[in-house]
Design a protein around this ligand. Structure first.
Ligand code: ATP
Length: 945
């Protein structure tokens, strides 16, 4: 057993270069109890592996797999371990077995019997008893005369359920209890898994996620998921792989320069591919050529393999051309096989499948030459040879390469059956070819062509084609074609696609190097076209993966552009970590988000230096979590805004304490609209400390005017270092109180509750704490606007109203409210027809030139136009921005939030009591703002809520 498992198969074994498992084995992150067994196709879950270990799942070490835990006291019989392709399931089972065989672990187990479904498939037609099956695979047990396992602690490992071709029928298979009674292998396994056979045995089944539900949930006691490597584990992998420290260091720093590569290395098989590719690239000193997209990575891999073949087996020099006529021919045959089998959904092939595609298995080159690296030969016990590609993604890549090659050399579109042959190249344009590929992949119910499509589109890029020079003798499509394909994909995204399909379309844009990818994702999420409620954790991970690995670097990450929710924040955490500045204000965040952000702050690899968390319900408990992150020596945070986060003295004290541990980074801290109380003294003391970098502290007892507030207004201490220290003290403005008080009354969110009932606050949408009741200024109302319902409703009517002439009255069909805003305000209204909501300076013209008067058409006003026909359009100074939002007709309620000092004006759609962000204006407001409404369709109306 030791001998069998001490080497790991990596495709190079046959080249006489075995890899010792113990030397390369790197700890993997295994999450416990990751939910139900699901139906998804595994390829679409590849990106899920980029999920970080820092999420809330519990991890489990392999040595504890069968140990009862605090949550589960009963013994564990069957463990199912899921994980996407290449994530390390097989290697994990091998390591487990090797540790056992070497006496290092699991010594309570008397016998470990590791099986793979690949081997068992070959025995499909044979009959065995359980004892015979064990004797067959482990003849030592027969030689030792062991014919009964009931009295031993036995572990059966079944690796690769996804590859199982045995008909496991858990409902119809007859019960068998006798381990000495013969039956088909499928029935044996079914009885073993159901616990009819050897109930005292333990079972460990590994599988890719898509195949997990072949086994009924009640036969499985625990589900675990291999998540691959986290960041430190990635580095450890390269250090183990390259014993030469300098080489390992170079490798790691190169991987870190490419964000996408670094992310892909969550998956061990990518680490291996990367190591292979980089080893070669570093030798050739082409340091600028690091692969960035998936397609590029696989092209490099292929080129490296061809080169290795040339050098190792054909006696060539490294500088020789990598592609000989034979290797080109072989690539063609392998591509054909890959595509043919992919269409059928096959991952494992038989000799006849190879012959069909013109691959002569007797020709040594198939399994002793370059293709050993790509193509793996498995030998079943009965000499039946089965073959598969070293990784499913390699099969998908070769299939795409084949389809691409066929099209550019002969004009044949292999994807669309009905248009099989075109004698002349020009009968189908490249654009049509790629469009047909997109359409076909979208039609596949299980997404089996998704990754294939990504590769195919990636191969359409000239840059990628030139990497394959020598294999591709002709190059195809132009950048014009690529642009047309991008346009086509964007049209598809705007149709009603499922989340899975949309995500794959984003991946495709990424492979096509399209710069508007991030915007597309933002639009889909913020408009509700891609509903955040329906996204599964794996789909969120996929989105985060695309965003982080996209070419666009995130200088500023604005959560509102995706979804103003805690869920979105938690799911897009890797993107935040990769950004320099994160705008998370008004996003309904709570303590939970702080916990996650704290891990980002304390992470060595985080790029974040500016964080705006204002107007979230974080409270002291959340801020304490943040303070834990701030304390970390790795935290580089320079600007932190926690304005309006319901923080009291306790929270502020924790911030002060964090800053005294790590004082040298934070420059600006905004604690305005909170209750820092006495803790302000601690922060002020810090300001006097020469070790602190803090030079801007903003706070203010803005709410102290509120009734029943027990906290007396404390005068701020002014800094003693006026040159270095700048304190902005926000004075209580009368207008602020006026606007705030009704709002507080409305949402029952008075701050005096803060000491008595913190929990009551948590459910309140934070914006609404700033609700204000608008009062229309009757002197401004146009004469064709009728006020009703106690001046809460305004309608554009035919009949001229008998309002007196007034210099403030608009000639246009619009009006202003009475009171100017200077602090933070929030209001909602219902609209009908075509209505503009606006804020403007008092000076806006009332009469004369239309542009000077109309909301949004001049520099004095900002507006949002709401219409059933055209959706929402933001306008300022005559510049319009059309906002896509899923059906403006579904909800006619709109909310406006303005933070005058911060210079932000946000518009939201209100839908079932949640706010869907439409648009935010960031500017500097120089004067008080007056809310107003304009009407551009006869009969339109507005009701103030
Ligand atoms: N823990 C590990 N340490 C080092 N390398 C690893 C580890 N796990 C996996 N690898 C590398 O990744 C490759 C793929 O791993 P493995 O075959 O175990 O994946 P898998 O999850 O079983 O995938 P599949 O579902 O395709 O069978 C291995 O050949 C090895 O190179």
């Amino acid at each position: 057993m030791k001998k069998k498992f001490q080497c790991v198969f990596e495709g190079i074994t046959k080249a006489g270069n075995p890899t010792l498992l113990n030397e390369i084995y790197t700890e993997l992150y295994i999450a416990k109890g990751t939910g139900e067994i699901n139906q998804e196709h595994e390829i679409r879950q590849i990106e899920a592996a980029s999920r970080k270990a820092d999420r809330t799942d519990t991890s489990i070490r392999q040595e504890n797999l069968f140990k009862p835990s605090a949550e589960r006291q009963e013994p564990i019989r069957t463990v199912m371990t899921k994980g996407v392709a290449g994530i390390g399931k097989t290697v994990l089972t091998q390591k487990f077995t090797l540790d056992w065989a070497e006496g290092k672990a699991h010594q309570n187990i008397h016998f470990t019997f590791p099986f793979t479904f690949r081997e068992l498939n070959v025995l499909k037609e044979k009959n065995f008893s359980l004892v015979e099956l064990v004797h067959h695979f482990f003849p030592e047990t027969k030689e030792a005369g062991i014919c009964s396992f009931e009295d031993f602690q036995v572990l059966f490992i079944f690796d690769g359920l996804d590859e199982c071709r045995l008909p496991l029928d858990f409902h119809k298979t007859l019960i068998l209890n006798d381990p000495r009674k013969s039956t088909s292998v499928a029935d044996l396994l079914t009885n073993l898994i159901r616990g009819n056979l050897l109930p005292s045995a333990r079972l460990w089944i590994t599988t890719r996620p898509a195949a997990a539900n072949q086994i009924p949930a009640d036969c499985v006691d625990m589900v675990t998921e291999v998540r691959g490597f986290n960041d430190p584990q990635k580095e450890e992998y390269f250090r183990k792989r390259f014993r030469d420290e300098e080489q390992a260091r170079k490798m790691i720093s190169h991987i870190k320069t490419s964000r996408s590569l670094h992310i892909m290395c969550h998956i061990p098989v990518f680490c291996w591919i990367t190591a292979t590719v980089l080893e070669d690239l570093l030798k050739s000193k082409k340091k600028g050529d690091l692969p960035n997209s998936l397609t590029e990575m696989y092209i490099h891999f292929l080129v490296v393999q061809a080169k290795v073949q040339m050098v190792k087996y054909d006696g060539g020099a490294e500088t020789d051309a990598h592609w000989s006529p034979e290797s080109r021919k072989m690539m063609k045959s392998l591509g054909k096989l890959a595509f043919k089998q992919l269409k059928k959904g096959n991952l494992i092939f038989y000799e006849s499948d190879l012959t069909d595609c013109g691959i002569d298995i007797r020709a040594a080159s198939v399994y002793s030459g370059v293709f050993t690296q790509i193509f793996r030969e498995e030998r079943g016990l009965y000499q039946d040879k089965v073959f598969c590609f070293i990784h499913l993604s390699v099969q998908e890549f070769l299939a795409a390469l084949h389809v691409h090659l066929t099209f550019i050399t002969s004009g044949v579109n292999l994807i669309e059956k009905q248009k099989a042959k075109f004698p002349k190249l020009n009968q189908i344009r490249p654009t049509q070819f790629y469009q047909s590929a997109v359409t076909t992949a979208l039609q596949s119910p299980n997404g089996h062509l998704d990754l294939f499509l990504r590769f195919l589109l990636g191969l359409s890029l000239q840059t990628n084609q030139s990497l394959l020079r020598g294999l591709l003798t002709q190059t195809g499509s132009s950048s014009q074609t690529n642009q047309e394909t991008v346009k086509f994909i964007k049209e598809k995204i705007s149709e009603n696609l499922s989340a899975e399909k949309s995500i794959n379309m984003f991946h495709c844009l990424n492979e096509l190097n399209d710069g508007s990818l991030v915007e597309e994702i933002q639009q889909s999420l913020s408009s509700g076209r891609l509903s955040t409620d329906e996204l599964s954790p794996a789909q969120w991970s996929a989105l985060a993966f695309i965003l982080v690995s996209s070419e666009e670097s995130f200088e500023v990450f604005d959560l509102k552009k995706y979804s103003s929710s805690e869920e979105a924040l938690l799911r897009l955490l890797p993107v935040i970590k990769a950004s320099r500045k994160a705008l998370l204000s008004c996003c309904n965040l709570t303590r939970k988000s702080c916990e996650a952000l704290s891990s980002v702050l304390s992470s060595q690899s985080s790029s974040l230096v500016e964080l705006d968390l204002s107007n979230n319900n974080l409270q002291d408990s959340g801020v304490k979590k943040l303070a834990d992150g701030l304390k970390s020596p790795y935290c580089q945070m320079e600007t932190l805004s926690l304005s309006g986060c319901l923080i009291t003295e306790e929270g502020c004290a924790s911030l002060a304490s964090a800053l005294s541990s790590n004082p040298s980074h934070l420059r600006e801290l905004d604690l305005s609209y909170n209750h820092p109380g006495e803790a302000v003294k601690l922060l002020n003391a810090g300001l006097k400390d020469p070790n602190w970098r803090l030079d801007s502290l903003r706070y203010g007892e803005t709410y102290c005017g509120i009734r029943k507030n027990p906290r007396p207004m404390t005068a701020p201490e002014y800094p003693v270092r006026p040159l270095v220290v700048k304190i902005q003290y926000m004075l209580l403005e009368p207008a602020g109180v006026r606007w705030l008080t009704p709002g507080l009354r409305k949402c029952k969110c008075a701050f005096y509750l803060i000491h008595d009932n913190k929990a009551a606050l948590s459910s309140i949408t934070h914006h609404r704490c700033y609700s204000c009741q608008l009062a229309i200024d009757p002197n401004t109302v146009n004469k064709y606007l009728k006020l009703s319902e106690n001046s809460k409703k305004v309608t554009w009517v035919k009949q001229c109203q008998s309002y007196p002439d007034h210099p403030d009255r608009f000639d246009q069909c619009q009006l202003l409210c009475r009171d100017g805003l200077t602090g933070r305000c929030y209001w909602e209204f219902e609209w009908n027809g075509r209505v503009d909501v606006s804020v403007s300076y008092r000076e806006i013209r009332r009469k004369g030139n239309m542009n000077d008067c109309m909301f949004g058409w001049n520099s004095q006003s900002w507006s949002l136009s709401c219409s059933d026909d055209d959706g929402y359009t933001a306008c300022h100074n005559n510049r319009q921005i059309s906002i896509s939002s899923s059906s403006s007709s579904s909800s006619h309620r709109v909310a406006v939030y303005v933070d005058c000092p911060a210079g932000t004006l946000s518009f939201f759609r209100v839908s079932s009591n949640s706010l869907i962000h439409l648009h935010t204006v960031k500017t500097t407001f120089t004067e008080p703002l007056y809310p107003g409404f304009g009407f551009s369709l006869f009969g339109s109306s507005v009701v103030l809520c």
